[in-house]
Design a protein around this ligand. Structure first.
Ligand SMILES: Nc1nc2c(ncn2[C@@H]2O[C@H](COP(=O)(O)OP(=O)(O)OP(=O)(O)O)[C@@H](O)[C@H]2O)c(=O)[nH]1
Ligand SMILES: [Mg+2]
Length: 428
């Protein structure tokens, strides 16, 4: 049990009957108000401001189990503690400048990570890899602003504003670093969020067979009877480190059986929420007809890949081609030939370049802020080049810094903080 706040030390003194030395482990007997023991354990004391939250923190280690843990909790509540809200320890750490916002978010991403690669990336963000890059960019932007504003304050009528192209070079350099950072942040976001893939298509096309092939075991029932799959079936897999959630669905057709009809409805709902739909058909059908059908069945799903299955039944090699702007993959779910193409395709469409040593986790909120910073830097560059309007260029740089500041939480609103920390688990 962890307690953070001004009364933390009083609580441990009362419960453990000793005054712990900072950062030392003490064996103790926990006693209730009447002095009767209810557990034997260990306590640690981390005085603020050098603690994780920046406040006095105590840890009480008991034997666990519902009754004893509840007892320990109730004694702490009696002495003035209250249950922590979701993410409250991390929120306090953020408010006390122990972590910036990107690091605080990395705590939740680490806990929720869906693959080792994602966990490692979150750990890097937690250690400040992402924040450091943002800070470096902020420093470069500040230097550029100083340069601009010095000229604005002391304009020299005789001189060009940027005689030796230093300002232009400065703009190019920050644009380049921002592009690099954006690329890495995109990787980080892909690692964190993964790809939500739904296999859909007519009955008997081999959707469940593909699901089993990708999952590597018999997850879904496969039979030669059309209409086998009813409930959407979800599997989480890692494609060379890319987290993928794959959903097998009921074959889409006008079903008379009410159970199958409900399956079809659920399949349609899954398709609406997919990042990518794999529309699966039998390769013996006509491609153009199948594509027309796919487009009408899943209208609006722009992210579509056609899978022509059962390539083993025809005299064709597996492969990837383009049909009318749509990627089309020929494979066999039965023999497995061509499934490697699909894996590579999934990595390519998500922009996943494999796990590199420096990847850090990032969220779409961060990408959005970086993209806005890019818009401002570009606009500033335009002002400088086309108009020589230094005031406006300086203003754009200031706006770019504001956008970057949202990543690390230099500028935040209570609403945003509430939203971010509410998604944490209790006790983190
Ligand atoms: N020859 C061949 N047969 C396949 C292939 N993939 C699936 N099949 C067969 O096609 C039949 C239907 O396969 P399923 O995987 O159940 O098809 P489905 O699309 O899930 O069907 P529903 O759940 O009914 O919509 C089964 O008999 C499979 O063995 C393939 O690549 N080659
Ligand atoms: Mg099926």
């Amino acid at each position: 049990m962890r307690v953070s706040g001004a009364k933390a030390l009083d609580i441990v003194v009362e419960l453990a009957g000793l005054r712990p030395r900072p950062r030392h482990a003490h064996v103790c007997t926990f006693r209730d108000r009447a002095g009767l023991p209810f557990d034997r354990g260990m306590v640690l004391f981390f005085p603020g401001p050098g603690s994780a939250t920046g406040e006095d923190v105590i840890e009480l280690h008991g034997h666990g189990g519902m009754v004893v843990s509840d007892w320990l909790l109730s004694q702490a509540f009696r002495l003035g503690a209250r249950p922590a809200e979701a993410g409250e320890f991390t929120l306090r750490a953020f408010l006390n400048d122990k972590l910036d916002l990107a690091q605080a978010e990395a705590v939740a991403d680490l806990v929720d990570s869906g693959s080792r690669a994602a966990a490692r990336a979150a750990a890097r963000s937690l250690c400040g890899a992402f924040s450091k890059r943002v800070q470096e960019l902020q420093t470069a932007l500040t230097a550029l602003r100083v340069h601009l504003e010095a000229w604005l304050d002391f304009p020299d009528e005789e001189l060009e504003p940027d005689p030796d192209g230093e300002l232009e070079a400065g703009f190019s350099a920050v644009s380049e670093s921002l592009e690099g950072l954006l690329g890495e942040a995109r990787q980080g976001a892909v690692l964190r969020d993964g790809l939500n893939v739904v296999i859909a298509g007519p009955p008997n096309a081999g959707k469940s067979s593909l699901m089993n092939r990708l999952a590597g075991y018999d997850a879904a029932i496969v039979t030669k009877i059309p209409g086998t799959t009813r409930d959407p079936l979800r599997e989480y897999l890692s494609v060379d480190g890319l987290p993928v959630c794959i959903t097998d669905t009921a074959g889409l057709r006008a079903a008379s059986d009410p159970v199958e009809a409900e399956g079809v409805r659920r399949a349609q709902r899954a398709v609406e929420h997919a990042d990518r739909v794999l529309w699966m058909v039998d390769i013996r059908g006509d491609l153009a007809t199948e594509v027309t059908r796919a487009r009408s069945e899943i209208a609006g799903a722009l992210a579509l890949t056609i899978i022509r299955n059962k390539v083993d039944l025809v005299a064709r090699e597996p492969g990837l081609e383009d049909h009318d702007g749509l990627p089309v993959i020929r494979l066999s779910a039965l023999t497995g030939e061509g499934t490697e193409l699909l894996r590579e395709h999934l990595k390519a469409i998500s922009g996943f370049g494999g796990e590199s040593a420096g990847t850090f986790s990032a969220r779409s909120r961060h990408l959005d802020a970086l993209l806005r910073a890019r818009v401002h830097i570009r606009a500033g560059f335009e002002q400088l080049k086309a108009e020589g309007a230094l005031e406006l260029a300086a203003e754009e740089l200031r706006a770019a810094q504001g956008a970057l500041g949202e990543v690390t939480g230099e500028v935040t609103s209570d609403d945003l903080l509430g939203e971010i920390f509410a998604s944490f688990c209790i006790g983190k």
